[in-house]
Write a protein of this length. Structure first.
Length: 413
């Protein structure tokens, strides 16, 4: 039997991966002004989509469909040029745009996206379907979740991460019994439920689901006929299966990733806002990072551009920072920042607590503090960003947390 995931010996089953990558990412604007949210660069070398694809591929899932919709060109290009698997072995990662197979309409929700793409399921005839989100930063071994799902006999298993109850109000929250059966699924509740073993924490849904194929197909068909449904996976499909007694929770704390340290084990971030995106970058640059990109036993995979190593000249330096290939820091200083490929920082410039995406140019004597600069932003000689927030608000986007954001290709004033 074709084994799509790295199951324990003797455990049969084929798995199709479906990655939901159609979200607009409005709260990440202007970073999503010209690209889909999963295509947003992250961590100097990567795009957000690379994290979920790395997790799936590292676990042995090698048949993956990425469902796209909004502003998907750069995402499609990244996947087609980066994520090439062995066609000889029947392996693939392919993007699937909205195809209007069921009429002249785009996807109306994440469940509808899968319902309109059921030809993918019928072609592969998998025993199980892993439906994962495309825009979170984390490491996970999905094979362990799949094995737990098969043993449990559940129709769907939902990955849950333990978060303090006070911080869980913005998530889909899971109420479960001591055996892991989900008894209720609450979308952004004012009073999140505790877990069976700790009333002070809540299982928040990670947006990762493992379905037995027949159960998912039946649920999607019933949902499609429900005129009151929003056709959303978390808002409609999962609650429907909870009511049917088909749902179980998988505790993310049980997932053991090879090479993980005590400090970064169980790390997961939803980077759906500018502040969350910025804070996730700050997690990368400490001496002992909260999220360790240097775990070679469970690599985050991507394609790197054909650029020379970073260069530091004229007393240029970077401290407590990550610096991408092709970058030249010539007499400037970088502190506590993530600097992507092909960046230039000129003499006398100072960059601190910032995220610079590929191709950014920082002129002589310029100052950049607490900022996110999208691709090919130009900061002219002597310009200042993040020094006077009142002035910055009149010219740029400033997040609620005070992070100054310049969109793709902008020349600062």
């Amino acid at each position: 039997m074709n084994t799509g995931a790295r199951f324990p010996v003797g455990m049969p089953g084929s798995v199709l991966g479906i990655v939901l990558a159609g979200g607009e990412g409005k709260r990440l604007w202007p970073l999503t002004a010209d690209r889909a949210k999963p295509g947003v660069p992250f961590g100097g070398n990567y795009r957000l989509i690379d994290f979920v694809l790395s997790n799936l591929v590292n676990a042995g899932l090698h048949r993956i469909c990425v469902l796209t919709q909004y502003k998907s060109h750069s995402l499609d290009k990244h996947i087609s040029t980066t994520w090439r698997l062995s066609s000889v072995l029947g392996q693939y990662i392919t993007t699937v745009p909205a195809q209007q197979r069921l009429g002249r309409r785009w996807y109306t929700g994440s469940a509808d996206a899968i319902f309109q793409s059921l030809n993918l399921v019928h072609d592969e005839r998998p025993d199980y379907i892993a439906v994962f989100g495309a825009d979170h930063v984390y490491r996970m071994d999905p094979a362990q979740m799949i094995a737990r799902h098969i043993v449990s006999g559940a129709g769907v298993t939902v990955a849950g991460i333990r978060v303090p109850r006070a911080e869980a109000k913005g998530f889909g929250c899971i109420s479960s019994d001591v055996n892991g059966h989900i008894t209720d699924f609450l979308e952004k509740p004012s009073d999140p439920p505790g877990t069976p073993d700790d009333p002070e924490v809540t299982f928040a849904s990670m947006g990762n689901y493992l379905f037995s194929t027949d159960v998912l197909l039946d649920a999607l068909r019933a949902d499609a006929e429900d005129g009151d449904s929003d056709h959303d996976m978390g808002g409609d499909i999962i609650p429907r299966l909870v009511r049917d007694g088909e749902a179980a929770v998988y505790d993310f704390a049980d997932n053991v990733v090879p090479g993980a340290t005590d400090r970064d084990a169980g790390y997961w971030r939803d980077v759906g806002t500018l502040d969350a995106y910025y804070e996730a970058h700050t997690d990368l640059v400490s001496v002992h990072p909260i999220f360790n990109l240097y775990n070679s036993r469970w690599p985050i995979r991507t394609a790197t551009p054909p650029l020379p190593p970073a260069k530091f000249v004229q007393a240029g330096r970077a401290e407590d920072s990550m610096v991408g290939p092709g970058t030249i820091i010539s007499g400037g200083v970088v502190h506590r920042s993530v600097v992507s490929a092909g960046v230039r920082v000129d003499a006398g410039a100072e960059v601190a607590d910032s995220v610079l995406l590929p191709g950014v140019r920082i002129g002589r004597g310029a100052v950049v503090h607490g900022a996110i600069l999208d691709k090919n932003v130009i900061v002219p000689d002597g310009a200042q960003i993040g020094v006077d927030l009142a002035l910055d608000r009149a010219r740029y986007t400033v997040s609620s947390g005070g992070v100054v954001v310049l969109g793709k290709g902008v020349t600062a004033s």
